[in-house]
Write a protein that binds this ligand. Structure first.
Ligand code: CU
Length: 148
């Protein structure tokens, strides 16, 4: 009886640990790298499981996160030939703001998701990122394609 009770407790602990691992919030800074504001996502690549959330956290002064196709990294997916993509909207923030502006994407598959900042020419300057990229060096490849 005691053995059964211990086994049940272990089952519950295992279930809870699996359950808590199952859903993660992966944070991507938009417009910040380390302690500095920068025209970059950080990290530029995240690896997410189905059920995870990717939360974009925006920094000054005015950026966005827009889903793109790999072949056209600075074009919104919703304007491309296939599918609808996410768009955070522009998030204008004063330099001394204490506001945390966020945009969250729910991960429903593990295919690669590419995104960029659509402000000015930020994307052309290399302000791009990816969720679950198949090729680890795709960012460098896409940048060299664009002469960045
Ligand atoms: Cu930007």
């Amino acid at each position: 009886m005691i053995v059964h009770a211990i086994a049940l407790v272990l089952d519950i602990v295992l279930f809870l640990s699996l359950y808590s691992d199952a859903q993660r919030v992966l944070v991507v800074w938009v417009g910040r790298r380390g302690e500095e504001l920068a025209l970059r996502f950080s990290p530029e690549e995240v690896y997410a499981n189905v059920g995870d959330q990717v939360q974009f956290q925006f920094y000054p002064r005015n950026h966005s996160a827009v889903q793109a196709n790999f072949e056209r990294p600075c074009v919104p997916m919703s304007n491309a030939t296939t599918g609808q993509g996410f768009f955070s909207g522009f998030r204008p923030l004063l330099l001394d703001t204490k506001t945390i502006a966020t945009f969250t994407v729910n991960i429903t598959h593990t295919d690669p998701i590419f995104f960029y900042c659509s402000q000015g020419r930020h994307c052309q300057q290399g302000f791009v990122g990816a969720i679950n990229p198949l090729v680890h060096t795709h960012l460098h490849l896409s940048r060299s394609d664009r002469g960045v």
